[in-house]
Design a protein around this ligand. Structure first.
Ligand SMILES: Cc1cc2nc3c(=O)[nH]c(=O)nc-3n(C[C@H](O)[C@H](O)[C@H](O)COP(=O)(O)OP(=O)(O)OC[C@H]3O[C@@H](n4cnc5c(N)ncnc54)[C@H](O)[C@@H]3O)c2cc1C
Length: 461
């Protein structure tokens, strides 16, 4: 197990377990409790409810979307193949919940058409439209949505997870579920239950980024100069390196991405690279490091915005519309699962009978001055069902970026289309476990794949 805190810092208490005779108020007993309403949580809750099960979804913010919205990550990556042929038509590889969500966003005018990102494609979305789309997906009668509540403990009986402890402005209560879906992004349920986890490469995770939106951009002039690729050109990279070297700007990342948003005259800017002011790598599940990320992030946003205004045609009159509600977190804890997506699985484009999610997304590793991109041209790999199931503990399934994966593998499989997919798979598996009375860890990935195909995932064609 990786320690979360560096030298000189306190070791926060991990476990928070309450026994079944806890004596706390009970909010309710549900078929499933979903913790976290990001991409994975929304997909899991909607799938469970559509299959006829009662669901409580608990979210610490007053809206859904997680890193896609609060972190303003801003685009749905991972739906299309990459290709060196630079085809002008995106080739879609991922369907299921991701495609349903994209369609709802498109109907609401909340998402752009596919934009070129290097050798592949992505869709930029509006964060308000994302929240509204999620509210709509979660409006099924069988779903109770609880915003502004934080899960900070687990009801355990031996190794069986019976429910979660919720903290709110109203005080504490527990919610019980036959299945608990940990879609917290940080594996909070597994963590609070005392389960093992890993964190990046020997404790070093990918850099957080504070994303921002720039408004009042002359988009025609911007695009005429920048080009259609949302990844910056070698010339822009050089201009950033030169500006940084001049000492007039503080621009620690030289390869940046910029996406036109669905709103007129607006760009989404993915440029900052957050490390501590003392140069340390930050660990975002540590509140001291996350605080540092917020402070450094706001400073860097102003620096990159100034650089864009000064140096990039079309941005002269622009202003910072907003930043993410929080610094965007790509990676924190990964559970130790009964299976694990390995770096070799990704590089080797491994398909498998128990694969429940496809990913054609490159390894997009944010570390150092230039994020590394390793493409999987004209192909994809599959993520095994076992990567969602913790090694120990009954009735718990993980959905989203905290699945069991090696460091570089996670730098590929963590993007939004795949997180929708993990939520979809976790929802299908939880529904099947409840209906059949089978332990969720004993379900076969091959069977979940079949059920997902019956629910629009198109994993076999
Ligand atoms: C800077 C950045 C840029 C990115 N760019 C892209 C991109 O362009 N395209 C793309 O597809 N992907 C991108 N990603 C990745 C993508 O945004 C995330 O991996 C994805 O959103 C993860 O979804 P998730 O549901 O697994 O977790 P999260 O989005 O982290 O959602 C977890 C949810 O759980 C809630 N939560 C957490 N703990 C608790 C708790 N204890 N109690 C209650 N609620 C809790 C959180 O508030 C959150 O809403 C980016 C990520 C970052 C950080």
């Amino acid at each position: 197990m990786t320690t979360e805190t560096g030298a000189g810092k306190i070791q926060w208490q991990q476990q928070n377990l309450v026994p079944p005779d806890h004596g706390l108020p009970v909010l309710g007993e549900f078929d499933a409790v979903v913790v976290g309403s990001g991409a994975a949580g929304v997909a899991a809750a909607e799938t469970l409810a559509r299959k006829g099960h009662s669901v409580l979804i608990v979210e610490r913010y007053g809206f859904s979307g997680g890193n896609a919205v609060a972190g303003l990550s801003g685009t749905i990556c991972g739906m299309y193949m990459s290709s060196e042929r630079h085809s002008n038509r995106p080739e879609q590889a991922v369907f299921g919940f991701a495609e349903r969500f994209r369609e709802v966003m498109q109907a609401a005018g909340g998402i752009t058409t596919a934009q070129r990102y290097g050798r592949t494609w992505t869709h930029c979305h509006d964060p308000l439209a994302w929240r509204e789309a999620a509210d709509r997906f979660l409006s099924l009668d069988a779903i109770k949505v609880l915003y502004h509540c934080m899960v900070q403990g687990v009801v355990m009986e031996d190794d069986i997870v019976r429910g979660v402890v919720i903290d709110s402005k109203a005080g504490r209560a527990v919610a019980l579920g036959k299945i608990i879906v940990d879609a917290s992004g940080d594996a909070d349920v597994a963590f609070r239950a005392g389960m093992d986890y890993t964190s990046g490469q020997d404790g070093t995770v990918q850099n957080p980024t504070m994303i921002f939106r720039l408004s009042d951009v002359d988009l025609d002039r911007f695009l005429a100069n920048w080009g259609s690729d949302t990844i910056c050109s070698a010339e822009v990279t050089q201009a950033i390196i030169d500006a940084n070297a001049s000492g007039s700007y503080d621009l620690p990342r030289a390869k940046i991405w910029i996406f036109p948003t669905p709103r007129p005259g607006q760009l989404l800017v993915n440029a900052t690279r957050l490390v501590g002011r003392d140069g340390r790598e930050l660990y975002p599940a540590d509140p001291e490091d996350l605080t540092e990320a917020e402070l450094v992030g706001r400073h860097q946003v102003r620096e990159y915005a100034r650089f864009l205004r000064d140096k990039i045609p079309g941005c002269e009159q622009s202003f910072v519309n907003d930043t993410g509600v929080q610094a965007g977190i790509r990676q924190s804890r990964s559970i130790v699962g009964i299976d694990r997506l390995t770096n070799d699985d990704v590089v080797g484009r491994r398909k498998r009978p128990d694969g429940i999610v496809r990913s054609p997304w490159p390894i997009e590793l944010h570390s150092g001055e230039k994020p590394k991109l390793e493409w999987l041209d004209d192909d994809y790999y599959e993520v095994p069902y076992g990567a969602l199931i913790p090694e120990v503990g009954e009735n718990l399934i993980i959905a989203g970026r905290c699945l069991s994966a090696e460091h570089e593998a996670l730098a590929s499989c963590r993007v939004t289309a795949q997180c929708f997919g993990y939520g979809h798979a976790a929802g299908i598996a939880a529904a099947e476990a409840i209906t059949s009375g089978t332990s969720i860890r004993n379900l076969q990935g091959e069977h979940i794949r079949e059920l997902l195909n019956g629910d629009g995932a198109r994993l076999d064609g």
